[in-house]
Design a protein. Structure first.
Length: 156
């Protein structure tokens, strides 16, 4: 099966989708939630390299673009790629609230959605693809806005 990515017609095999999804999944050492800002800082270069891979940008744009015509394809991507990652990120954000890394009363769903939107804006809503340094800077500023930086834990 192929994805139609618009005019001029470009096609991308779904095997690239599965490879990209596997590539996006990261392993690594688990840290206590209060070390989350340091862990994020450590991972920023890796995320920057991944998000600037042309195939990742093409894949993301293609999947969002085919949604109206191929809702089952978008639903499969959502169920197998987005939902599991959002589940993990909201659990992590919930733990960050409990550890007072984020303010009490923070709704973990909102920062997760805001971060997704900020990344999509950077990757898809600009005419030219960003470079790795720009992505890392954007991510660092985004995490700072959400409250996941190296500041002291917040009091309630």
């Amino acid at each position: 099966m192929l994805l139609h990515l618009g005019a001029p017609i470009r096609r991308l095999p779904l095997t690239v989708c599965s490879r990209s999804c596997r590539c996006h999944a990261s392993g690594g050492t688990r840290r206590p939630v209060d070390e989350l800002p340091a862990g994020i800082e450590e991972l920023l270069p890796r995320w920057g390299r991944l998000l600037t891979e042309p195939r990742f940008r093409i894949l993301t744009a293609g999947l969002l673009g085919v949604g109206p015509d191929h809702p089952r394809l978008l639903q499969a991507y959502r169920e197998h790629h987005l939902v599991p990652r959002k589940t993990r990120s909201t659990a992590l954000l919930r733990a960050a609230v409990e550890a007072r890394v984020l303010p009490e009363g923070t709704d973990p769903e909102m920062p997760a959605d805001m971060m997704t939107g900020a990344i999509l804006n950077l990757l898809l809503l600009r005419p030219e693809a960003p470079d790795t340094d720009e992505v890392v800077d954007h991510l660092r500023r985004m995490f700072r806005q959400v409250g996941l930086d190296d500041r002291e834990p917040r009091s309630s």
